[in-house]
Ligand binder design. Structure first.
Ligand SMILES: Cc1cc2nc3c(=O)[nH]c(=O)nc-3n(C[C@H](O)[C@H](O)[C@H](O)COP(=O)(O)OP(=O)(O)OC[C@H]3O[C@@H](n4cnc5c(N)ncnc54)[C@H](O)[C@@H]3O)c2cc1C
Length: 322
């Protein structure tokens, strides 16, 4: 029997058959609003479902990945082979000593707003960051000098071998917008974040709300609105990526429906009707120009997900490490 059929049969036998969507258009699940179909897609609302489905997929040898809000990925026009599990596991609690325990599908912005509302300090910088806690833990999300890695105490992980273990922050190999989880190859079974604990501290609710309002205003002023995935590239050791792109004369540059934002050069926008291929080509063109002009390598912050033709992969572009 074909692996995918074996997985579908296991899902049916476990009573989950009706939860599976076939050929799900990923453009509907990503902030870039591009991406072809995933073979199979399900939305997990409990961690038991998430673990069970991931385990069934691995037993049937079907590739499976977890997607949060899809705000930091570029999904190929060819789509994703295998299973995509959308993470809607959203239980959380804040204890009296400020420990925020949250499932990885919680929306990061909601956790931040709730912490501020209850007078817990630490997450004010995160009030405008889209995406889930899981995506934030993987990518060491940060803004305005704050990083999730600074607050994280421990996380519970589902390993590629099916084991569940708790790790502390030092084991996650955090760096600027990266972690040992983000560095795992996308082509192999990856570690999944199930839940995480962040340590907050007591603060004055009114002052925290004021700080959150300032952050929100700053974000509104500096973030282009529209379909994008936030910052496309990480900053280099010396320069912000947007500065290099602007100096290379590419601010506002268009390639098909993809455009370097005229407001913030590190944002690539889908102006309507862009394909993933056009966005990938624009990413490659920016990398090439910045390498030629300044000998600076721009590393995408956005992750390339799905079935990519080899020549469109960011790994093949000049100036890229490795
Ligand atoms: C307008 C805009 C502004 C942004 N501003 C910021 C900002 O200020 N700072 C910042 O850091 N980022 C920013 N981002 C990027 C994005 O919001 C963050 O990277 C966010 O943490 C991604 O979360 P997500 O749930 O959308 O992840 P996704 O895009 O769904 O996934 C990203 C990667 O993480 C993996 N992943 C997701 N969940 C899990 C899990 N539970 N376990 C294991 N792997 C998982 C996915 O497989 C994928 O490889 C911005 C994005 C947008 C669109």
């Amino acid at each position: 029997m074909h692996n995918q059929e074996r997985f579908l049969r296991a899902m049916q036998e476990a009573g989950y058959g009706e939860r599976v969507h076939h050929n799900a258009p990923m453009a509907e699940y990503t902030s870039f609003a591009v991406g072809g179909p995933a073979d199979l897609l399900m939305e997990a609302s409990t961690l038991d479902e998430l673990v069970a489905w991931m385990t069934m997929a691995r037993q049937a040898q079907v590739p499976a990945m977890v997607l949060g809000s899809g705000t930091n990925v570029l999904v190929s026009d060819l789509g994703i082979r295998g299973v995509v599990i959308l993470n809607a596991c959203r239980q959380y609690a804040i204890s009296d000593d400020g420990l925020l325990r949250a499932e990885s599908g919680c929306l990061f912005v909601e956790l931040a707003r709730e912490a501020v509302r209850r007078g817990w300090a630490g997450l004010e910088w995160a009030v405008g960051i889209p995406g889930t806690l899981g995506g934030a833990v993987v990518g060491n999300a940060g803004a305005y000098g704050g990083y999730i890695g600074d607050l994280l105490v421990r996380a519970r992980l589902l390993g590629p071998d099916g084991s569940i273990r708790t790790v502390c922050k030092s084991e996650l190999g955090y760096g600027y917008r990266t972690s040992m989880l983000k560095r795992e190859p996308l082509t192999q079974p990856r570690t999944i974040v199930l839940d995480a604990e962040l340590l907050l501290s007591r603060g004055d609710a009114a002052l925290l709300a004021e700080r959150a309002r300032q952050v929100t205003d700053q974000r509104r002023a500096h973030t282009p609105s529209g379909c994008c995935a936030g910052s496309t590239f990480m900053r280099t050791d010396q320069y912000p990526a947007g500065f290099l792109i602007e100096q290379a004369g590419l601010k506002g540059y268009r390639l098909g429906g993809a455009q370097v934002s005229p407001h913030h050069a590190n944002f690539i926008m889908n102006t309507g009707g862009a394909t993933a291929s056009e966005i990938a080509q624009l990413i490659a063109l920016i990398q090439e120009r910045v390498w030629q002009d300044f000998a600076q390598r721009l590393e995408p912050e956005v992750q390339f997900v799905g079935e990519w033709p080899a020549r469109e992969s960011a790994a093949d572009t000049p100036g890229r490490k490795g």
